[in-house]
Write a protein that binds this ligand. Structure first.
Ligand code: NAI
Ligand code: MG
Length: 369
């Protein structure tokens, strides 16, 4: 079989440090013949600006399009605060999302039992939690027209944002959610506000139809987004996959993330459409955290979010669910043994280094394999 092509974009700050631990794992998988990955490395963010005066070059975007998946570390840092707006580090990430048409943002909330006490909720409510929020990323109220502030005179103004969704946008995000559910717990909860929004009515109607046409084997529920938010905090384990629009998804995914504790633990994915000819789907995997300039270059970063992002790539881009399970189990075992980087260590305890954490995960993967 041809090797899977991975483009690695470590980026800035702790990005290269956490990416190094993924590279360590990939090298081992290749050496053992467990998988076959061909990796290439590129620049994005501040490091790309330093080299080429842009946040990402056309050549790197082309490589991202040609790759089977992109793994990104993090971009940004105070060093680049003075650079012009259109070439600031985040512009590289935004351009990738736009040019690869990554319309589905996947944000899992996983609560490892060993960390359940760092959640703001009670252990029994979050222990073992494993849910996935699928947020529509390229439509909705953040992009709809008209979008403006009008001066009404006499010190009064009028602001308008417009929520727009078309059938095809809802169909494709619904399909992503149902496909994911089949690889997980086989249940989708769709959230909108059909009681007060026309776009919510259409959302509900299209999700229901997509389900009836192609996904009858998956359980489908509908919840109003506000009461869905309550349920997420009251009893999050009732969910498997939640699919929702850009605005509700922005809020709900941040809430879900905090159910689990630490920022250094959270992976994410952004997916595009499946190519009808090749059957391949554009995809970018990255931790939720940023470049953490306060700890960059010190070997203190927690690589688990980056490693878990690679696990998502295995599951959702390469159909290697069993290997993804192994990596998740390895992370859980390492935590169970009390191995912690500083960000998840008990107050006052000294954590292990980035590379010690990466080595510990690799050892567990080797033991489980
Ligand atoms: P941040 O996520 O970089 O850091 C927030 C806090 O969490 C810091 O104290 C940091 O040390 C800690 N932290 C984050 N990830 C960690 C990890 N893996 N291990 C241990 N501790 C970790 O967010 P912040 O400070 O708001 O932003 C810093 C820079 O990162 C900014 O330039 C920002 O624009 C950029 N950023 C980039 C993102 C991306 O590349 N997708 C996302 C968020 C921020
Ligand atoms: Mg947000």
């Amino acid at each position: 079989m041809a090797p899977h092509k991975l483009l690695l974009l470590p980026g800035d700050g702790i990005g290269p440090e956490v990416m190094g631990e993924v590279k360590r794992l990939i090298d081992w998988l290749n050496a053992q013949g467990i998988a076959s990955f061909e990796t290439e490395t590129g620049l994005v963010g501040g490091c790309a600006y330093d080299a080429d005066k842009v946040a990402i070059t056309d050549a790197t975007v082309a490589k991202a399009k040609a790759a089977d998946a992109v793994l990104l570390g993090a971009v940004g840092g105070p060093k680049w605060d003075p650079v012009p707006f259109d070439v600031r580090p985040e512009a590289g990430l935004l351009r990738l999302r736009k040019d690869l048409e990554l319309f589905a943002n996947l944000r899992p909330a996983i609560c490892y039992p060993a960390l359940a006490d760092s959640s703001s909720l009670k252990r029994e409510i979050v222990e073992g939690l494993d849910i996935m929020i699928v947020r529509e990323l390229t439509g909705g109220v953040y992009f709809g027209e008209p979008k403006e502030i009008t001066d009404l005179g006499g010190g009064k103004k009028r602001a308008v944002d417009t929520q727009v969704y078309e059938t095809y946008e809802i169909e494709r995000i619904a399909a992503v959610a149902f496909d994911l559910a089949r690889k997980r717990g086989n249940k989708v909860t769709s959230m909108e506000k059909r009681n007060v929004m026309k776009s919510g009515l259409l959302w509900n109607e299209v999700v229901t139809r997509v389900h009836a046409e192609k996904y009858k084997d998956v359980k489908l529920e509908h919840q109003l987004a506000d009461s869905g938010g309550m349920q997420l905090v009251r009893n999050p384990k009732q969910f498997d996959v939640i699919v929702t629009d850009n605005l509700f998804g922005d809020v709900l995914s941040d809430i879900a993330a905090m159910l689990t504790g630490s920022l250094g633990m959270l992976p994410s994915a952004s997916l595009g459409a499946t190519d009808a000819k090749t059957g391949k789907r554009k995809a970018l995997y990255e931790p939720v955290h940023g470049s953490a300039p306060d700890i960059a270059g010190k070997g203190l970063a927690n690589p688990l979010a980056m490693l878990a992002s690679f696990g998502m790539a295995l599951r959702y881009s390469f159909d290697m669910g069993a290997l993804a399970d192994t990596i998740e189990k390895a992370i859980a075992n390492v935590l169970e043994k009390g191995i912690r980087t500083g960000d998840i260590a008990a107050a006052g305890a000294k954590g292990v280094s980035t590379s010690q954490m990466g080595e510990a995960v690799l050892k567990e993967v080797q033991a489980l394999h």
